[in-house]
Design a protein around this ligand. Structure first.
Ligand SMILES: Nc1nc2c(ncn2[C@@H]2O[C@H](COP(=O)(O)OP(=O)(O)OP(=O)(O)O)[C@@H](O)[C@H]2O)c(=O)[nH]1
Ligand SMILES: [Mg+2]
Ligand SMILES: [Zn+2]
Length: 345
């Protein structure tokens, strides 16, 4: 006779309907199982294009066969599909989402894609070159982090490129200026190199005991950093496209990697994102989601109805003119606000 057993676990990765779940240790050691969702959908998840994401805690129904015996399909990540059934998702502390670009064309597709759940820290990755430094991408991810109530840090990878090549166009001065500005407004900025190991101990310290998610454009070195922090992870790393100096979207599925150490440290590698569009906030709310803008919210002559573009007595415009808001951040703000007003991405 088969007796279903209910257990709790952590979603490590998952595609459309098969999820790898790491069962909580209940004296049998930890094991991963490939699980399907019981039924067609999980209740309450209709608004999302994916019902579960790495970091989610779920309840899983297993079969013991015979009762009291060993779990079926134990061990490794290679548990047979259907070895467990996911029956529910435990309450989430937070969700890190983005606008689902596919929804724009498809009409009926869900608006939001969940990148990760129950996250302590978002690591926004950038590079001085290959691919080029893209501060607006950082601004966008930071808005979403703020809207989701998740702390964020900026990780500038490929520092070795700064030592090994010239900078004829002066781009690196611009980058230094922006990185300084991110520090000024209160974000930790770490400079690292997955290639040489520079800065990795500081990165280890930053993520110790937390669940951190790596976010960035393709080719910035998210998977390379995972491998640098845990060589056995063997995450797939891809060469850049030579012609365009961009990544080739090597990672296709977000996945949790456990980083060895005293406290449980989880790092989530994610697929590269071409364009990050914040989700779940209105145009008027944007001003509250950018750190150096927020204290000025509601203080313009036109109050909360100010669009912060041309109005006299606009505190945001004054702050931008005075350098309290960096001109690039103001530009990012305008573009995002326009998108939010038009409801497009
Ligand atoms: N010079 C240098 N190259 C690096 C560094 N980190 C990664 N790379 C290279 O950058 C390329 C892309 O690395 P990946 O780790 O695949 O980048 P990714 O961000 O995971 O890319 P996607 O999975 O496509 O999103 C590879 O050729 C890496 O060898 C670094 O610190 N310095
Ligand atoms: Mg990758
Ligand atoms: Zn204003």
């Amino acid at each position: 006779m088969k007796t279903p057993v209910s257990r709790k676990g952590l979603v490590i990765r998952g595609s459309r309907n098969i999820f790898t779940v790491r069962l909580d240790d209940e004296g049998e050691g930890r094991r991963c199982l490939a699980c399907r969702i019981k039924g067609k959908v999980l209740k309450g998840m209709e608004a999302y294009s994916n019902p579960l994401a790495p970091g989610d805690r779920v309840t899983v129904e297993l079969e013991r066969d015979p009762p009291g015996g060993i779990l079926r399909s134990p061990g490794g990540d290679s548990g047979a599909p259907g070895a467990g059934l996911i029956t529910g998702v435990l309450e989430r502390r937070n969700l890190f989402t983005r606008k689902n670009q596919k929804a724009l064309g498809a009409g009926r597709a869900a608006e939001a894609q969940i990148l990760a759940a129950n996250v302590d820290l978002i690591l926004v990755l950038t590079t001085p070159a290959s691919p080029p430094f893209r501060p607006r991408f950082l601004d966008r991810v930071l808005v979403q982090a703020d809207a989701s109530g998740i702390a964020a840090a900026i990780i500038c990878n490929k520092q070795d490129l700064l030592d090994s090549s010239a900078d004829p166009e002066g781009d690196w001065l611009d980058m230094e200026e922006r990185l300084e500005d991110f520090k000024r407004i209160g974000y930790p900025v770490l400079r690292v190199s997955a290639k040489t190991g520079e800065g990795l101990s500081a990165l280890r310290d930053l993520i110790r005991g937390r669940c951190a998610v790596l976010v960035g454009q393709s080719g910035v070195g998210k998977s390379s950093l995972v491998n640098a922090l845990r060589p056995e992870a063997q995450a797939r790393v891809g060469a850049l496209n030579e012609k365009y100096d961009r990544g080739n979207h090597t990672t296709t599925l977000a996945e949790i990697i456990e980083i060895p150490g005293t406290a449980e440290t989880l790092l989530i590698d994610t697929p590269g994102i071409r364009r990050f569009v914040p989700q779940g906030l209105g145009a008027e709310e944007l001003v509250l989601r950018m750190r150096e803008f927020a204290p000025l919210a509601g203080k313009c002559s036109y109050g909360l109805s100010c669009t912060h573009r041309t109005e006299p007595g606009c505190k945001i415009l004054e702050a931008a003119a005075a350098g309290i808001i960096h001109e690039d951040r103001y530009e990012s703000f305008l573009r995002m606000r326009e998108e939010l007003e038009e409801g497009r991405g």
